[in-house]
Design a protein around this ligand. Structure first.
Ligand code: SAH
Ligand code: SF4
Ligand code: F3S
Length: 445
């Protein structure tokens, strides 16, 4: 196909990892929009391929090299094709990527992607660039002039980035850098703009979102709860969520907001990682299983119907069967509506990498056991929704005719047939069935 000069260039972005990468990919697409790029869903017809990568576990990071290898033929066919690597693998091993994979034209870390248009222009001139700085300027401000296209009903909004906690297993403090909070006024402006574009639910993002401490509109030090209360005032915004929180930053005002702010949804992702104090200490988590359980009691006192979610690591160095059993006990006690469990992955440069590792097969066995328990609770909590009436924000048409799917306040996927619902509407739904991954319901008038 021959392209005319005015034809837009096509950008294919593939996103790995957490929600912050999803948000960042949107920002990068908008930044490159200024260079005449429009997004495409297939690598094959792209003029630029950008991988937004995750470094959290070894598998996630290794995947990038095999993915890049797959683009060799495309680049042979289309020598003008630009290939870029962004995100946390770019930050952690940018130079190695350049060395191992000559196909790559540019490498950009999570804190410098506002420089992407400039880097793209250089790459077009045959100059490869690697930018993994933690620059002084505010990347969010640099990206302000964005196209104002209509959007679906839900959006992510980064309010805080980076982490100062240094859990012994985790690369995030190295890949994302130190904790930084955006000023509240900028977040509120961005939220209003999202609502103008059709967004009804905003999920505030941060690697340690509840440690948010940005400047308030009046210059005072803000908390996440204060920010949530300001967002609560935006007409047209129906729901607020936030993720991911650390137990030590669950402040009183935030717990209270769960009981009093109607737009703040009754769902909380609060990772604990392990139920064994011995392991928590080795993980440098600076909380105990007991303090975590008491915290959940307080949260449930404020919002009794809250659905809890968490993250767990099994097979952390020196984890014994007794330690693992303590984790299962904690899960029994909390009963999570959702929980994510991972087998420990040794990450270069982190303190836990130096400790005696647990046998891989034992780690696999523990992962199976923990997932069995989590799935059982997940099902029970989902099935307990049958017969109840819940509010659902409808997000998109379902696979069947006249079907719409959305999410309940508790984040369960819900599908309905009929009922005249439109995208972006919140409607009360009576739940009538519970499937493997979603609920079925009937819209009430
Ligand atoms: N900032 C969040 C999430 C960090 S990454 C928090 O504080 O919890 C998401 C999850 O990945 C973590 O909660 C942890 O369960 C898991 N994880 C992080 N590093 C890991 C590693 N080296 N091996 C296995 N799982 C890991
Ligand atoms: Fe990683 Fe711990 Fe920071 Fe979460 S709190 S990002 S697990 S270091
Ligand atoms: Fe992965 Fe980076 Fe997110 S390592 S989980 S993409 S912060």
């Amino acid at each position: 196909m021959t392209q005319t000069k005015t034809a837009p260039k096509k950008l294919f972005i593939k996103t790995y990892g957490c929600q912050m990468n999803v948000y960042d990919s949107e920002r990068m697409a908008e930044a490159l929009g200024g260079q005449g790029y429009v997004e495409t869903k297939t690598a094959a017809d792209a003029d630029m391929i950008l991988l937004n990568t995750c470094h959290i576990r070894e598998k996630a990071a290794e995947k990038i090299y095999s993915e890049l290898g797959r683009y060799r033929d495309l680049k042979d066919d289309k020598p003008d094709l630009m290939i870029g690597v962004a995100g946390c693998v770019a930050q952690a091993e940018g130079a190695e990527i350049m060395r191992r994979q000559p196909l790559v034209d540019l490498v950009v870390g999570p804190q410098s992607y506002h420089r992407l248009p400039e880097m793209e222009a250089k790459a077009r001139r045959g100059e490869k660039t690697l930018d993994t700085d933690f620059p002084e300027e505010d990347k969010f401000e640099q990206l302000k002039s964005r196209p104002k296209a209509a959007r679906g009903p839900t959006a992510f909004l980064t309010v805080q980035e980076g982490c100062d906690k240094f859990c012994a297993f985790c690369v995030v403090p190295y890949t994302r850098g130190a904790e930084v909070s955006r000023p509240a006024a900028r977040i509120i402006d961005e939220a209003k703009e999202l609502v103008d574009r059709g967004v009804r639910e905003i999920t505030l993002l941060g690697q340690n979102v509840n440690a948010y401490h940005g400047a308030g509109p009046d210059g005072s030090d803000y908390t996440l709860a204060k920010l949530i209360w300001d967002l609560d005032k935006i007409d047209g915004l129906k729901r607020i969520r936030f993720t991911t929180s650390h137990p030590n930053d669950m402040t009183d005002d935030l717990i209270e907001a769960h009981g009093t702010c109607a737009k703040l949804m009754p769902y909380l992702h609060l990772p604990v990682q392990s139920g064994s104090d011995r392991i928590l200490k080795r993980m440098n988590r600076s909380h105990t299983a007991e303090s975590y359980l008491r915290l959940i009691e307080r949260i449930r006192a404020a919002r009794p119907d809250i659905v809890m979610s968490g993250d767990f690591i099994v097979g952390f160095p020196e984890e014994t069967e007794a330690d693992f059993q303590a984790t299962l006990d904690l899960i029994e006690e909390v009963k999570y509506g959702y929980a994510y469990s991972f087998k420990y992955s040794t990450r270069p440069g982190t303190p836990a990498a130096e400790r005696p590792q647990v046998d891989a097969a034992e780690g696999d066995a523990r992962l199976q056991r923990i997932q069995g328990l989590i799935t059982r609770h997940q099902r029970e909590i989902q099935e307990a929704m049958v017969g109840r009436t819940v509010d659902v924000l409808f997000e998109k048409p379902g696979r069947q005719a006249d079907q719409m799917v959305g999410k309940s306040d508790y984040l369960h996927a819900v599908h309905v047939t009929g009922g005249n619902v439109t995208q972006g509407e919140v409607r009360p739904v009576r739940i009538v069935s519970s499937g493997t991954n979603s609920l079925g319901g009937v819209v009430l008038d």
